[in-house]
Design a protein around this ligand. Sequence first.
Ligand code: SF4
Length: 372
Amino acid sequence: MPTPISKDGRKKFFTNDIMLWNQQGNKRIMPWKGEKDPYKIWISEIILQQTRVAQGLLYYHNFITQFPTLKTLAEAEDNAVFKMWEGLGYYSRCKNILITARHISNNLHGRFPDTYDEILGLKGIGPYTAAAISSFAYGLPHAVVDGNVFRVLARYFGETLAIDSEKGKLYFTGLANEVLYKSDAASYNQAIMDFGATICKPQIAECQECILQKNCSAYKNGLVNKLPIKEKKLQKSRRWFYYFIFLCNNSVLINKRKEKDIWQNLHEFYLYEYEKPIDWTHDAINRWLKEQLGIKKYRLLQLSEKFHQQLTHQLLQGQFIVIDLKVIPVSLKHLECIKVLDLELLAFPKLINNYLQAYPLKRQKNELITKK
Ligand code: SF4
C-alpha cells in the first residue's frame, strides 16, 4: 500500500504541478500577460474584477488606447473617464482609479509605488490587486488571493473551512502564501488564476484533464462539487426605479448621482424610487405630477415597458415616463438642463442605457407610446 503523502509534501506537489501545468497546459491568452507596467496591470485587474474576460478585454483595450499612461488618466476630465467605464458597473472603483492616478501624479512625482505595502495603501487597491501589481510588475513574493484561488486550494487540500468566514479567509491567505513559488511569483500567480478560470472552474471542474488530479483531495473523495464551503448565501434585495424624463424645447433634465449608493457619479433622469412596484396609469401619473411637483400642464409622451438589471446584491426594475413640458417648474430647477443631443456625452447606468437604446430620445416624436 503506498504511503500517504504528508500535507507538506502535498504543498510541494501543488506548487510544482501548477508551474508544470503553466508551462505545458496553460493556453489562456491575455493581452496583459507578461506586462511589466504597473499602471496597465492595475487597470486590467480592476476591470477584470467586475466583468467576464471577453467583455473586459474590450474595455481594457479602449481604456488603455484613450489613457495610455497614468499621466493621461490623471489629467483626464471625470466625465470622459466615467464614459469609458459606462456599463462596467461598480462606479466607485472608477472614481477610486481617478483619485489614485491623481494622487500618484501630484504627490508621488508620477512614480507608481514599488512595494506591496505602499501599493496596498493606495485608494481602491485591496490585497488581491496589490499582490498582482507587486508580483507582475516587480517580481515581489506576494500571492494573489481571491475566490478563485480559495476554491482551488479548498478542493486540492480538501479544506472544509468556509472561504468567506474570517477564519477561512485568514487560513486560505496563509496557505496561498505558503504554496507560492517565490522565485517566480509573477508566473505562479498568473498560473493559479488561469488554472482556476479554465480547469478548476466553479460549476464544472475539468478534473479529467487536470494534472493535479492524483493528489487532489476533493477529487479522490468525491467532494469536487461540495467544495469550497460558503457560509453566507447571497441575499438579493429588490428595488423599483421610476424615471421621469422631462423634455423641454429639445432639452432634457438630468441629475448626477452623488449619494454613496450604487452608480455614484453617473447621470440619470429625475428618479422616483418606491419601496414596491407601482402600476402607473395615466390618472396616477397626472395625480403624482400635480401632488409631488406641482405640474399641471404637460404632455405624456411615453410610459415604457419595464426594464431590468441584476447587480450582485440587488435586482432592479426600471420604468420610464416621458413628459413634455412648456416651462420648467420651480420644483425641478435643481436639475441640470442639457440638449438631448448631448446625452451621448454623459455616462449613464446600464438600466438607463438599455432604455435609451430601445427608445432613442432624439427620435421620440409627439406620439404617445404606452407600455407593452
Ligand atoms: S482534480 Fe478537479 S477539483 Fe482537483 S484541482 Fe483538478 S480540477 Fe480541481
